[in-house]
Design a protein around this ligand. Sequence first.
Ligand SMILES: Cc1cc2nc3c(=O)[nH]c(=O)nc-3n(C[C@H](O)[C@H](O)[C@H](O)COP(=O)(O)OP(=O)(O)OC[C@H]3O[C@@H](n4cnc5c(N)ncnc54)[C@H](O)[C@@H]3O)c2cc1C
Length: 446
Amino acid sequence: MTTLPKSAQFVIVGAGIHGLSTAWQLAMALEARKRGGGKDIIVLDKTAPGAGASGIACGLLRGFYMTEAMHPLIRHSLDVWTYDRITFGFQQVGYVSCGEANQLPDYERIHRSQNANDYPSDLYVGGEAHKFLRSLWPDIEVNGIDVALHEKCSGYSGTRQALRGLAEKCAEYGVNIISGVEATGYDVTNGRVSKVRTNLGDIACDAVVLGLGAWTPKHWALLGRPSRIDCHYQDGGMVKDRDMWTYWRLVEAEVWIDEPYLTAQKKDPPIFKAELMNTPVVDPATGKQLGDSTYVYWKYAAERTRKPGLQGGGLPVKIGPEAVVDPYRHANDLYQPGDAWRDYFCAAMAQFMPRRFKDIRKNYIERKSGGIGAFTPDNLPILDWILPNVYMIADSNHGYKFTGVGKLVARHLASGERVGELQPFAFSRYAEGRTFGKTNSNSPWV
Ligand SMILES: Cc1cc2nc3c(=O)[nH]c(=O)nc-3n(C[C@H](O)[C@H](O)[C@H](O)COP(=O)(O)OP(=O)(O)OC[C@H]3O[C@@H](n4cnc5c(N)ncnc54)[C@H](O)[C@@H]3O)c2cc1C
């Protein structure tokens, strides 16, 4: 039977990528400052590590963001992923993003900013892009691709391996991860949380960190925060009374492969992603148009598919301010992708690499692959204190790649000092005219 400690200096609620990464980094940061260590931290999860989005993510680390404030966070995440790439299962294969001419200025800005942030990438335009792509995938169909960005240090990891790895790091530093304990409420005394209430009793604490993924809106409400806010933008515009949280449904896909998926150099290929905003996806078998624009990505994924296979995804689908979060993951039938998505994904693969993938639809792994996420008003993370002793990591579903956020939050918690990289993501941005604006993409993730 689980015995709960009566108190802890830090209670972290949620053992996903953020809860675990923060716990491990905080243990190291406290030790380094001789202010304590892992024994001062407990992580609670109502189910177990990886029971949320972190356990089903596609597992990509990439830096393709039109919002430049994200680039320093990604750079820190790279440091964490490569800290122990064996334990985290990090495959540094690179990431290739392809676009049309309408996004060229965005690609140029991203390329400049990535390199300025010590995240090396190469930019290829027009014929150079085609030549570069064919050097990796000699069979690639380059029609419609005007620009390609190659992030040389990006990659992916298997989610099971990565979460096991983070939990192992926490255990090495003496962090207590307690599964099967649900935070049900918070005792607030003079504006501060004095106790976390759980299904197994109360835990007194000095500070709480929320790493709650899709459950964040529920705890936001439990802490009395508003369900609607006004958003003031950098250009002086304002949107009144926006939903604080919007759920989106993520669509993912898995396929088995009949032949090894390798580059011309017989290596694991970089993650491939293409957003062609003016190019429809057409079914190669029927000639039927399946979507009026293209957005697709994939990478090798035998960790999930159990035999050689690929995992990928496309644009998420907006649900709205309410969603049924439990049961989560593949257990929830409400948010699973249907046949239209399967056809679209396989047709897009065949469109880019017809020789390899023209018959891939027959290899589609017919099982549940959906999950939902809670997005913020501007679709970018909120990383901030939401009560004087409650720090919230609400990643707006960007977050599997963001292991570096835990490192920065830990530095802030252990030192009390301001951490510059986190500042653009403060909650106050909505009121203070620093709400992030829309980007030139159909995706909420760039
Ligand atoms: C299908 C899918 C694919 C994705 N692919 C990618 C990708 O390739 N790259 C990328 O960067 N991001 C990806 N994402 C987004 C990414 O997975 C999430 O942003 C990230 O995993 C969120 O991590 P988290 O730690 O905040 O939350 P979660 O991983 O959701 O963890 C929250 C934890 O809190 C626990 N919990 C909930 N309520 C309570 C409670 N009351 N008490 C105690 N514990 C509680 C849950 O059991 C859960 O384990 C994907 C998301 C989905 C759904």
